[in-house]
Design a protein around this ligand. Sequence first.
Ligand SMILES: [Zn+2]
Length: 187
Amino acid sequence: MFRESIRRGTPVGLRAKAIMERGDLVPDDVVVAMVEQRITQPDCARGFILDGFPRTVAQAEALKAILRRIGLAKPLVVCLQLDSALIVRRITGRRVCKVGGEIYNIYDSPPKTPGRCDRDGGELMQRDDDREEVIRERLLAYQEYTQPVLEFYRRGNLVVDVDGSGSPETVAQALVETLEQSEDRGC
Ligand SMILES: [Zn+2]
């Protein structure tokens, strides 16, 4: 969403660009303006999925106000449950092909030849963000800033917990079932 706003040169995109070029974190009001601009597009009229937003209670409050203003239903919050050891294993195991961008996991879906992409033979690399110390930092930030967001939505009875420990297919199936059930209850 950020990249798209910047590419299109929207006013809020230009503001975000200037802030990011200074190396600063984009403040909540800019993030929220960007989200509002996006979710009021026609393709969002029947619903949309937000990933990575809201990350703070202030953002969650702002989203609540936007949804009310544009007349959309309350959100359904899906919390993927899995323990931190499994999170670390999944992320530290991730390898990305330098040529085609294919994604592997050295533990759960390894390439046939270690370090080489099955499809194009490209070298597999680990992203800087996928190192264990970076993940531990992100988990701490999650506990500090994002856990309160979850509590905010739990108080509103809007959270559904889904077991995220299974295979991608199992988790995807559980997500689809969760969304279908939530449609029934009019979320
Ligand atoms: Zn490849």
